[in-house]
Design a protein around this ligand. Structure first.
Ligand code: FAD
Length: 375
């Protein structure tokens, strides 16, 4: 009899891993703390590398249909004048997939449907793990199960990591983030691009995710806000009127506020019969838009190792070897980009923008090549 793999967490990482393992013929069961698969009301960009994985899993078309193709990523000044433009069309041709901006809910729905709801046990918050021969898992409702194989896909505050691995450190980037989705007819010139406007210690990004829907995010240095309840129109008053229209079109109750945190890189993601994937292993700040994409790559690498014919429990060490360098590079680069984006000093901003405007195309290309190339 084949062992069932127990996955904790039905986020993007857990669901993609479950789908991958199922497609390789493994038996999988997921335990998720939430009562329903109901992700935050925000958008997400699934970049080319992750879309390559979804292409291999046979769900590229579904995701493209539910989202919007993005061919340019722009960093601009407050008035939406370009500072830096990354043209993604070369990668679209090379890999046959686009970067897709999509509602998180739509993406979760597609993944959960593909995995099958009979595989997902909801309202099951893991609270305790005991390891003898097997893992004995106790949930908050006092129910228990035993499993030989355990995958922790339970996010940045992972209980699997906290109970089975060495102590780790969460780092606060001291940036506050507001996210929302609004219904608005965005001018056509923005339809295939992500725009992120950088001001003094704050920035605002927006992208079309479907016919009339726009996902946006706004960040500022935390020290500049006293409360989560701020008037964003006031805070971004010096920004382009198209940005102010987006803020005004969003109901206050639909705005999500969070602190930006990441996991200081850890080097051990696996042990005997257990491994961590996604944010549980390598949570990053969102500045490169790669957190979920890296979780999706984790699933891909596990699947690729299974293709060599080895048993799942023997893939974990090699998975860690193959994934660690890229995931850590993303975490570290993203941290630096976040700091650069929030400079407050006028001369520093001038200098940064000058350097970014004059950066040779090859510098951006090297980074994009690294990110979009699957291991
Ligand atoms: C502002 C912001 C913008 C972002 N934008 C992007 C982007 O554009 N592109 C991108 O690729 N990434 C982006 N990310 C990152 C992305 O959201 C995460 O990296 C991704 O969601 C991680 O997926 P995961 O499955 O590893 O973890 P999570 O999404 O955190 O899922 C973990 C799951 O485990 C469950 N869980 C937790 N604890 C338990 C427990 N004890 N028992 C049972 N279940 C449990 C949770 O309920 C959850 O469903 C962004 C992040 C932020 C904060």
């Amino acid at each position: 009899m084949t062992e069932t793999v127990t996955i904790i967490g039905a986020g993007i990482g857990g669901l993609t891993t479950a789908l991958t393992l199922k497609q390789k013929g493994l038996s999988v069961t997921i335990f998720e703390s939430s009562a329903e698969i109901k992700p935050v009301g925000a958008g997400i960009i699934i970049a080319n590398n992750a879309m390559q994985v979804f292409q291999k899993l046979g769900i590229q078309d579904k995701i493209e249909k539910a989202g919007n193709k993005i061919s340019y990523m722009k960093i601009t000044d407050t008035q939406l004048n370009n500072i830096s433009v990354v043209d993604l069309t070369e990668y679209e041709k090379k890999y046959g997939v686009h970067n897709i901006a999509i509602h998180r809910g739509e993406l979760q729905k597609i993944l959960a449907n593909e995995v099958g709801y009979d595989t997902i046990n909801l309202s099951k918050r893991l609270s305790k793990i005991e390891k003898t021969d097997l893992f004995k898992l106790t949930f908050e409702d006092n129910s228990t199960i035993e499993s030989k194989l355990l995958i922790g896909a339970d996010g940045i505050k992972s209980i699997v990591r906290n109970q089975l691995f060495e102590e780790s450190t969460l780092r606060n980037a001291n940036q506050k983030c507001w996210r929302g989705i609004c219904e608005i007819d965005l001018p056509e010139k923005y339809h295939t691009e992500l725009n992120e406007a950088w001001g003094k210690g704050k920035r605002f990004g927006f992208v079309k995710i479907s016919d009339h829907k726009v996902y946006w995010y706004a960040l500022t240095n935390s020290k500049n806000t006293k409360s989560d309840e701020v008037n964003l129109t006031e805070m971004f008053s010096e920004f382009h009127s198209d940005i102010l229209k987006i803020i005004s079109a969003t109901g206050k109750e639909q705005i999500i506020v969070s602190d930006i945190i990441d996991l200081k890189p850890i080097y051990k993601w696996q042990g005997e019969n257990v491994c961590l994937i996604g944010d549980a292993a390598h949570a990053t700040t969102p500045n490169l838009g790669q957190g979920a994409c890296q979780a999706i790559e984790d699933a891909y690498v596990l699947g690729k190792l299974l293709d060599t014919g080895i048993a799942i429990e023997n893939t974990f060490k090699e998975y860690e070897n193959l994934r660690r360098k890229k995931a850590h590079t993303i975490v570290n680069t993203s941290w630096t980009v976040g700091k650069m984006a929030h400079i407050e000093n006028s001369f520093g901003i001038f200098l940064r923008n000058m350097i970014m405007k004059n950066l040779p195309r090859s510098a951006n290309k090297k980074q994009m090549d690294m990110i979009f190339n699957l291991n």
